[in-house]
Design a protein. Structure first.
Length: 153
């Protein structure tokens, strides 16, 4: 049972961290460089590709880390699993409060008929900053989870 939980945590955490890192390295630079109408079109395309995949990965990672914290005998490992779970919970909270609202707002825009004040409302800078935070938190959780493999198995 323990091997299955560890495998699921590493898979889910690796996938979620990998998608966020891929977004940072490729998707974000592209979105940041586009003119507003093309940005809206491209962002709407990208943002619909990861739901419900990413939330499921973060939920599996969080629940798996909590389960591993309860199953381990080591107090240090328990603390680190709970730190990894907390990092994923913070990532989920950032996603729900910062990134998802932007994604929904941009998806509802018509790229051919942008609001007159779009330049003032352009969410790219804020979205990009929060995405960097999510990427770092998810990657740190993955580093912790990978580091704990020897103790779990």
């Amino acid at each position: 049972m323990l091997e299955i939980v560890v495998s699921l945590v590493l898979l889910a955490n690796g996938l979620s961290a990998g998608v966020l890192l891929g977004t940072q390295l490729g998707g974000w630079p592209l979105l940041a460089s586009l003119p507003p109408d093309r940005y809206v079109h491209a962002h709407a395309f990208f943002s619909t590709r990861y739901d419900p995949f990413m939330p499921a990965c973060f939920l599996i990672t969080t629940l798996g880390d909590v389960a591993l914290a309860l199953l381990t005998q080591s107090a240090a490992a328990r603390a680190l699993y709970l730190v990894a779970a907390a990092l994923c919970l913070i990532t989920i909270a950032i996603s729900l409060t910062q990134n998802v609202p932007v994604n929904k707002w941009v998806r509802d825009l018509d790229p051919d008929n942008l609001p007159a004040d779009f330049a003032a409302q352009d969410p790219r800078r804020r979205w990009g900053a929060w995405n960097r935070v999510r990427t770092a938190l998810s990657a740190l959780a993955l580093v912790i989870n990978c580091g704990l493999i020897g103790l779990a198995l």
